[in-house]
Design a binder for this molecule. Structure first.
Ligand code: BGP
Length: 474
């Protein structure tokens, strides 16, 4: 017998500013590093950008109306830093504050609890230009000040806050694989950038206690639980290494203010450990979260990687041609491999609901924190039928099985706050354009050809509505 979802479970869906808002240069907004990056030829699928995205900036009322119709209890969105501080710091841009005030009012009017993400990757270009953004410790103060402005403006009406979205992804892709801005490949810098981001995260949380004493805050971490390919001890060790290097490196710091030992010693031996000052460790311990936000899409399976083995340079499938993803790894530490026991999407992401249960159990056992599933969903091609319907049974199946896994984890003893489907409407996938769709609501937006941004409810929209109405018993 499975335990029920808690009565106050937050059923919701999520988005991020750059991926939905559009209006990239409207009402005082200046460029973020993504506005710059998408203009570099060859960086995104068919050169797609978020200039218009799905125009949520102008259509938020229509979107919130759809959320209300669905009975959504929560909506997770992010604030574009460059709307609040067009140049990263200085004078607050009131028009930016106004937009989010209107959005929050609209949500509240429909009893939808806002979850506000402070940072979902759109760093002000001005800060990148001034001092390298996350590369300088100056970012800690600027991020804290930006966060405080949001706490002051919205803290009375927003209870749930996400500090950094997927620090592990924006730093890895920005500084290890050069797939995201600023497009660097520098291991030492990568670890230094991460240290600054962890400090900024802690500094924001520390300030939060003062400005929003009754609120709840935590990071959203992209957790891909590690499996060993075989029971050969060297593969098990590789999976252990991966868990340490791809997960504990961040989550230990968030939860405990400490770096994990094995990885720390490895980095020190290799001369790439971050520079840390004594007061840094105090700050990390002073900014602990109320919950762990987990973005879960898939597990990763590992085997031993020899010293002359694969690096992180392997090709990543951003085109939707199944079977084009290559293995990657850290030589001498771990190597990713395809898990033949699992189905894969057209973008070569495996589908593994049990992995979510396993992940929740690991996080619960290690950190004893409540968990918010801040993202989970399926990116696939969708087709609009002649009768204007979208029969996305594959998405329903994906979400249904993952919700079952959450219920099993609750039965195991995990404390779960809520669940946000990625995503509410279709939106811009950073590198994969508009064809890789995640929404419960279809948006007629494409790389090329006719696109009137019309919203269409998918079959999954109606299905999720029933799930919410029955508190997950559907
Ligand atoms: C997460 C991000 C989201 C979203 C999602 C899907 O890493 O937080 O912003 O994009 O992944 O990824 P993708 O768009 O690459 O399929």
């Amino acid at each position: 017998n499975l335990k029920s979802f808690p009565n106050d479970f937050l059923w919701g869906a999520a988005s991020a500013a750059y991926q939905v808002e559009g209006a990239w240069n409207v009402d005082g907004k200046e460029k973020s590093i993504w506005d710059t990056f998408v203009r570099v030829p060859g960086k995104t699928f068919k050169g797609t950008n978020g200039d218009v995205a799905v125009d949520h900036y102008h259509r938020y009322k229509e979107d919130v109306q759809l959320m209300a119709e669905m009975g959504m209890k929560t909506y997770r969105f992010s604030v574009a830093w460059t709307r609040i501080f067009p140049h990263g710091k200085g004078e607050v841009n009131q028009e930016g504050i106004d937009f989010y005030n209107h959005l929050i009012d609209e949500l509240r009017k429909h009893y939808i609890e806002p979850i506000l993400t402070i940072y979902h990757w759109d760093l002000p270009q001005a800060l990148q230009d001034a001092y390298g953004g996350w590369e300088s410790k100056q970012i800690v103060e600027d991020f804290q000040n930006y966060s405080i402005s949001l706490f002051k403006a919205f803290g009375d009406r927003v209870k749930y806050w996400v500090s950094l979205n997927e620090q592990n992804i924006f730093t890895r892709l920005g500084y290890q694989t050069a797939m995201h801005p600023p497009g660097e490949k520098d291991d030492k810098l990568y670890y230094q950038v991460n240290h600054h981001a962890s400090l900024a995260n802690a500094a924001a949380i520390k300030a939060f206690r003062k400005y929003v004493p009754d609120g709840k805050i935590g990071p959203s971490f992209a957790y891909s639980p590690a499996y060993a390919k075989t029971s050969k001890p060297e593969d098990v060790l590789a999976a252990d290494n991966a868990e340490e290097f791809t997960s504990h490196w961040w989550m230990d710091v968030y939860a405990w203010g400490e770096y994990p030992q094995v990885a720390w010693n490895y980095l020190t031996r290799n001369g790439i450990a971050p520079r840390i000052e004594k007061e840094d460790l105090e700050l990390l311990k002073a900014g602990k979260p109320d919950f762990m936000g987990i973005n879960y899409y898939q597990t990763t399976t590992y085997e031993k990687n020899p010293l002359n083995g694969v690096t992180l340079d392997g090709h990543f499938n951003t085109t939707g041609e199944k079977g084009t993803m290559e293995d990657t790894g850290l030589p001498g530490v771990y190597k990713t491999v395809t898990n033949d026991n699992l189905e894969r999407t057209n973008w070569d992401w495996n589908i593994d609901p049990q992995g979510l249960r396993i992940g929740i159990r690991r996080v619960t056992n290690r950190y004893q924190l409540p968990i918010l599933i801040s993202e989970n969903g399926l990116g696939e091609y969708d087709k609009v039928e002649d009768d204007d319907s979208i029969q996305d049974d594959y998405r329903i199946e994906y979400i249904r099985t993952h919700l079952k896994a959450i219920q099993e984890a609750i039965t195991d003893g995990a404390e779960m706050i809520g669940y946000c489907v990625w995503s509410f409407t279709d939106l811009l996938s950073w590198l994969n354009g508009y064809q890789k769709r995640y929404g419960l609501v279809y948006v007629n937006q494409h790389e090329e050809g006719e696109h009137d941004l019309r919203r269409i409810r998918k079959k999954s929209f109606y299905w999720y509505k029933d799930v919410i109405a029955s508190n997950g018993e559907n």
